[in-house]
Design a protein around this ligand. Structure first.
Ligand code: FPP
Ligand code: MG
Length: 304
């Protein structure tokens, strides 16, 4: 399958992977910032789009490692809204790569079903060319019943945009609906969190960023507040299974500390939800409509 490679493990690699499964908890959800494709391309004197294409091949290996490790959810940063500022040639090259890969994914949906893989694109997809919107919406709808492995591709995404869209969703409510609109007292951290693109995902347990950059770059800033941050100097197309396994070790060493924060956060969020009207019928109906409207949008984009 093109999105998940047929990576061939050596005996030692297999043993190392199995050992980590036995020695500690495996993260449920990992987020990847795939950085360094152009530096890799420069170092190999190849075109930068070829660098991104090698980056995609590496993603397919990484997804294979994640599946075999037992990780249930992966989120990957494929195209930031900031990336629109790059040259037309590079932006178009990245869109062509995405067109090719999503088209391939749609040819392989039976295999995605076999593995129970659900694809979700998180981001402001209306900023993308309409043919890419159609491919993305079709892939999301076609895999929506799968629930074994969630692959979230952040495309035309930044956290600040995601939060802005969430506020807009709350303010707009649903003009078409006869249901009672939200009240100011309904607004809570919990409500805003439920309006993010990641509404149906747990926060990542770990974020893994390559190429020596130790920033979040406007990626999942809400969701990563108590995740283990793992940075490596290696450029994304050059990471190996050993780099990946090292990140799992780092997660296993740090997770107790981070989980203390996470528990505190969950408690705080639950208290805020209780002290606001989060559990009211009005809010629950609003969230139900939000899901229904997002799905309606996908159906409209898929049939464009
Ligand atoms: C960052 O490296 C990488 C990107 C901006 C693009 C990543 C995209 C892919 C790997 C393809 C994914 C496609 C799909 C359909 C999932 P960089 O360009 O910032 O490199 P640099 O840091 O060396 O300049
Ligand atoms: Mg970069």
């Amino acid at each position: 399958m093109s999105w998940i490679s047929d990576y061939q493990y050596t005996c030692l690699q297999k043993l190392a992977l199995q050992t980590l499964q036995l020695t500690g908890r495996i993260p449920n959800h990992i987020a990847f910032v795939m950085d360094g494709n152009r530096r890799f391309a420069r170092s190999k004197q190849i075109d930068k789009i070829e660098g991104h294409s090698r980056g995609f091949s590496k993603l397919a290996d990484v997804l294979r490692w994640c599946v075999d490790m037992g990780i249930k959810e992966v989120t990957t940063f494929a195209f930031s809204i900031e990336n629109f500022k790059r040259s037309n040639e590079e932006v178009e090259g990245l869109f062509n790569l995405a067109r090719e890969k999503f088209a391939k994914l749609l040819e392989e949906t039976n295999r995605l079903d076999e593995h129970g893989i659900r694809i979700r694109v998180i981001g402001n997809i209306l900023l993308l060319p309409t043919d890419l919107q159609r491919l993305i919406a079709t892939a999301m709808l076609r895999t929506e019943r799968n629930d074994k492995l969630f692959l979230n591709v952040a495309f035309a995404y930044t956290s600040r945009d995601e939060m802005t869209q969430a506020v807009e969703a709350v303010l707009k409510g649903d003009d078409q609906s006869d249901d009672e609109p939200l009240h100011p007292t309904d607004i809570s951290e919990r409500l805003l969190e439920e309006c993010l693109y990641t509404r149906h995902s747990p926060p990542p347990d770990m974020v893994f960023r390559t190429s020596g950059e130790t920033r979040l770059s406007d990626f999942m800033m809400w969701q990563l507040s108590s995740s283990v941050l793992y940075f490596t100097d290696v450029l994304w197309p050059q990471i190996t299974i050993w780099n990946f396994l090292a990140s799992i070790v780092a997660y296993q060493c740090n997770r107790y500390r981070m989980e203390r924060y996470k528990r505190g956060e969950r408690l705080h969020s639950a208290q805020l939800a209780k002290s606001s009207d989060f559990y009211s019928l009005r809010v629950q109906k609003f969230l139900h409509r939000l899901d229904a409207n997002r799905r309606k949008l996908l159906i409209a984009l898929a049939s464009n």
